[in-house]
Design a protein around this ligand. Structure first.
Ligand SMILES: *Cc1c(COP(=O)(O)O)cnc(C)c1O
Length: 353
């Protein structure tokens, strides 16, 4: 008998998250994971490894609190924003509870729910990628957590603040609303952080993986009221953050690190502008969606062909053809000026074939 049959039924049935790295590819232009294209340099300042780390390293928590304009008791630090998603599900969902999310959006909400054996309710975004509040309201029965991503991955669009507030009012006392702000540094004015004071059932996910250029570090945050944070403290692993991770994270959150991050954001926004202007002139480009993040979603006349030909040439993008309502769409991470230039040349070439 295969031991696979001993694993839980939902794990046997599970299709794991198709991460950029898992999907592979061979090439030298990687625009498929919304990473910052250049690495910063850090040196370890803490070189003691014989002791367990602090469960919630104080210097990281304090530095992030000051950056995010909240109190230290509003923060949980974890192994990437992805761990936060799972902690929220594990802490709040019983076997019979449900999780609601609104595709096209980040795939991990569904995958984490399945891993935990929690049923999902899917309420698609509207045609302009906004919340369908009427439909969400009709489907709230049994729902314990709602995940909303803003700016939304992969569309790049912001969810209307007034809709998020309506959602929070609609769910008060019955469900947790998680707003995933993984890309918020590219449009900081849109954060929901200032609403934490009004909504005990609001949780916000943040990460150092995108604007901070530290995807390899695996460091993310949950922002919420102390009552919610202390619930998550109960389920998180005893020592989630390795000492080197805490060391580098706290450096990245000091004054110099923050101004470095803001330069990276400015640079990305300039390059995004350039890329969009170039794409607009290419005949096979059908539509470029408004983006508030470090990627753009682009619809091509034949997206599959464009994706595959670029893949062959070692330019690796993120195919969205199979995402709900995104036929022929490709998500393109903003690269360096040189990478963007080579990408445009390659797409122009395909356009002339
Ligand atoms: C990248 C990302 C995250 C978290 O990434 P980590 O690397 O685990 O911090 C969360 N949500 C969305 C929408 C993302 O794109």
């Amino acid at each position: 008998m295969s031991i696979s049959l001993l694993s839980r039924k939902n794990i046997q049935a599970l299709t794991p998250y198709q991460s950029a790295r898992r999907l592979g590819g061979k090439g030298d232009i990687w625009l498929n994971a919304n990473e910052y294209p250049i690495s910063a340099n850090f040196n370890l300042t803490d070189r003691t490894f014989n002791r367990y780390p602090e469960p919630q390293p104080e210097n990281v928590i304090n530095a992030y609190a000051s950056y995010a304009n909240v109190k230290p008791e509003n923060i949980l630090v974890s192994r990437g924003g992805d761990e936060s998603i799972e902690l929220l599900i594990r802490a709040f969902c019983e076997a019979n509870d449900q999780l609601l999310y609104c595709p096209p959006t980040y795939g991990m909400y569904g995958v984490s729910a399945e891993t935990c054996g929690i049923t999902t309710k899917i309420v698609p975004l509207t045609a302009d990628f906004q919340l369908d509040l009427a439909e969400i309201e009709k489907n709230l029965d049994k729902v314990k957590i709602i995940f909303v991503c803003s700016p939304n991955n992969p569309t790049g669009t912001l969810i209307e603040r007034s809709d998020l507030l309506t959602l929070l009012q609609m769910t008060a006392g019955r469900a947790i609303v998680v707003v995933d702000e993984a890309y918020i540094e590219f449009c900081p004015q849109a954060t929901m952080v200032n609403e934490l004071a009004n909504y005990p059932h609001l949780a916000i996910i943040r990460t150092l993986s995108k604007a901070f250029a530290l995807a390899g570090l695996r460091c993310g945050f949950t922002l919420a009221n102390p009552e919610l944070i202390s619930i998550l403290q109960k389920v998180i692993a005893p020592y989630p953050l390795p000492i080197p991770v805490a060391d580098i994270a706290s450096q990245a959150l000091q004054k110099a690190g923050l101004s470095q991050m803001r330069m990276q954001v400015a640079d990305t926004l300039n390059n995004r502008q350039w890329l969009i202007e170039q794409l607009l002139q290419i005949p096979i480009v059908e539509k470029i969606f408004e983006s508030e993040a470090n990627y753009v979603l682009v619809k091509f006349q034949n997206g599959e062909k464009v994706f595959n030909q670029l893949w062959q040439q070692g330019i690796i993008l993120r195919n969205q053809h199979n995402a709900l309502g995104l036929q022929h769409c490709i998500r393109i991470t903003i690269g360096t000026a040189d990478e963007n230039c080579r990408l445009i040349t390659a797409i122009q070439q395909i356009s002339q074939d």
